[in-house]
Design a protein. Structure first.
Length: 109
């Protein structure tokens, strides 16, 4: 959670994650789901069936990471690689701390 935004990272959006988002909404928090690009439509569909699609932000992980990379490197090409490594390291630390699925981690080649 960052201030009033609760970030949910998942490789497989389910009704359970949408229920967590509904709990966030009841607590006046803003849920954000980050998932694989092919799974974002699944999350949107489940959220729509639950009647909360207009109150939950859903982003593809690839878009989320790319946007953060550009912002954190101040749009400087030379700074991108170091920024990318730092971003992935921090992301993986958060996965270790909060998630049970190590498949959510990112490995650089």
């Amino acid at each position: 959670q960052i201030e009033k935004t609760v970030i949910h990272v998942t490789t497989m959006p389910t009704e359970a994650i949408i229920e967590k988002c509904r709990q966030n909404l009841r607590a006046n928090l803003s849920p954000l789901i980050i998932t694989m690009s092919g799974r974002a439509p699944v999350a949107r569909g489940i959220a729509e069936m639950a009647g909360v699609s207009d109150r939950i932000d859903i982003l593809a992980a690839e878009q989320f990471l790319a946007a953060n990379l550009h912002e954190l490197s101040a749009f400087q090409i030379a700074a991108r690689e170091a920024t990318l490594r730092e971003l992935i390291q921090r992301y993986n630390e958060l996965i270790d701390q909060y998630e049970t699925d190590p498949g959510l981690k990112i490995q650089l080649g």
